[in-house]
Design a protein around this ligand. Structure first.
Ligand code: ZN
Length: 236
């Protein structure tokens, strides 16, 4: 039922993908959401500085939506309700937000925080990858799978030895290929929800180790009250 209603929404897009209300004559940003959701959820003009310690490996963070209300419900439907089609409005919103905030300029490659193979098998899709690939199509910036999520190991780091290779092998994430070189590459890293920043930091760190010039991050939404948030510039 869910997938068929999603298809109907794509064919007859006058319903808001978040709340299901019919859209009025005055459409929301780029026809994606209804007026009410647009007004409640977009946080375009609230650009605060990020707490610096939150994301030391990430240069700039772009977060178009607050993790609350209709946006939160839509994200839960997307991640856990098998409503894969929601990647489309999500990616349109992200694309509008990035364009409005100069988020694509100088970016060479778009990549994503991947789900584990186990999660992929359960869900049948990788939610952040779908959004990243879609904004790649919308922006013309190439998409590459640069990261891999390891299914096991993260909890053992605290008790592991000091041996770097062993610790590296126990990371939650690793490069998708050990030998790739990202020298000088400017990367946009896409994820679904921003919480502590540890996932983004870990992924960005791997990309920097492989030579990336810098990593910006784009997360669909965040529930944090201390960021609204994009535009943290690198400090001297
Ligand atoms: Zn709506």
């Amino acid at each position: 039922m869910n997938s068929s209603s999603g298809i109907i929404d794509l064919i007859f897009p006058e319903k808001c993908p978040f709340c299901g209300r019919m859209k009025g004559r005055v459409k929301g940003p780029a026809d994606v959401l209804c007026d009410r959701c647009s007004n409640e959820l977009f946080i375009y003009d609230k650009a605060d500085e990020l707490p610096h310690e939150a994301l030391e490996k990430v240069l700039r963070l772009y977060v178009p939506l607050r993790y609350s209300g209709a946006a939160k419900k839509a994200m839960l439907r997307y991640k856990f309700g098998q409503e894969q089609w929601l990647y489309r409005p999500f990616s349109q919103i992200m694309h509008i937000f990035l364009e409005a905030n100069d988020g694509y300029s100088d970016i060479d490659v778009i990549t994503c925080v991947p789900v584990s193979a186990k999660r992929f098998a359960q869900r049948g899709y990788d939610q952040s990858r779908l959004i990243a690939r879609a904004i790649s199509g919308l922006s013309g910036k190439p998409f590459r799978d640069l990261l891999r999520r390891n299914d096991t190991g993260w909890r053992n780091i605290a008790t592991s030895t000091e041996n770097f290779a062993q610790r590296a092998s126990e990371r939650r994430f690793s490069a998708s290929r050990d030998d790739f070189c990202l020298f000088g590459t400017r990367i946009l890293l896409v994820d679904d929800i921003f919480t502590t920043g540890s996932t983004l930091n870990e992924c960005a760190g791997i990309l920097l180790e492989h030579g990336a010039l810098y990593v910006n991050a784009a997360c669909m939404m965040s529930g944090r009250q201390d960021i609204y948030a994009f535009g943290r510039e690198e400090s001297a």
